[in-house]
Design a protein around this ligand. Structure first.
Ligand SMILES: Cc1cc2nc3c(=O)[nH]c(=O)nc-3n(C[C@H](O)[C@H](O)[C@H](O)COP(=O)(O)OP(=O)(O)OC[C@H]3O[C@@H](n4cnc5c(N)ncnc54)[C@H](O)[C@@H]3O)c2cc1C
Length: 141
């Protein structure tokens, strides 16, 4: 039987204030404390489960900078975050009871492919299957 995941008291006071401050700072991605998002991101590819208070789906690197700047403020000293890519880590590293910072929803663009020098530049949420599919395409033009 799948155990019930509690939804009360989320987000807590400090996390809620942090989300408000992020919105005021112009956060462009999605901020969610919905039960569905918290339930999905309470597990990864490990045996562990930890329900986050909220999830920040970054739109780009400037959103990450916004989070970093606010976290540096003493008033948010107790806010905890965990970055999350595919959630494929096997030891629960992407789980937190604070704020999940997700890069998989929006930061999944392949920015540059340089076959001659054998390198690519991607956003942090790109997964290998996606990259392999792009690399298998014939060069444009
Ligand atoms: C079937 C399978 C096979 C695997 N085989 C291998 C293998 O052969 N070799 C190998 O090395 N690993 C292997 N792994 C482990 C897995 O590939 C890595 O754990 C995976 O790359 C983690 O990437 P993720 O984006 O899913 O990270 P997550 O699981 O989302 O996060 C892992 C950790 O990285 C942090 N993190 C995530 N994104 C960022 C970011 N953008 N910036 C900063 N920190 C971030 C998280 O906070 C967390 O601490 C395997 C896993 C599976 C499920």
């Amino acid at each position: 039987m799948i155990p019930h995941l509690p939804s009360e008291d989320a987000p807590g006071k400090a996390c809620a204030a942090f989300l408000d401050a992020l919105r005021a700072a112009g956060f462009e991605g999605d901020l969610s404390a919905a039960d569905g998002d918290r339930t999905v991101l309470a597990t990864d590819n490990s045996i562990y489960r930890l329900v986050p208070q909220a999830v920040a789906f970054l739109r780009g690197t400037e959103d990450l900078a916004r989070i970093g700047r606010l976290l540096a403020e003493p008033r948010f000293a107790e806010v905890r975050i965990a970055p999350r890519g595919g959630g494929a880590g096997t030891n629960g590293q992407s789980l937190t009871d604070g704020l999940v910072v997700d890069v998989s929803r929006h930061m999944n663009r392949i920015l540059e492919i340089n076959p001659a020098e054998r390198w690519v530049r991607v956003e942090a949420g790109v997964v290998k299957d996606q990259l392999n599919a792009a690399l298998a395409q014939p060069p444009a033009g």
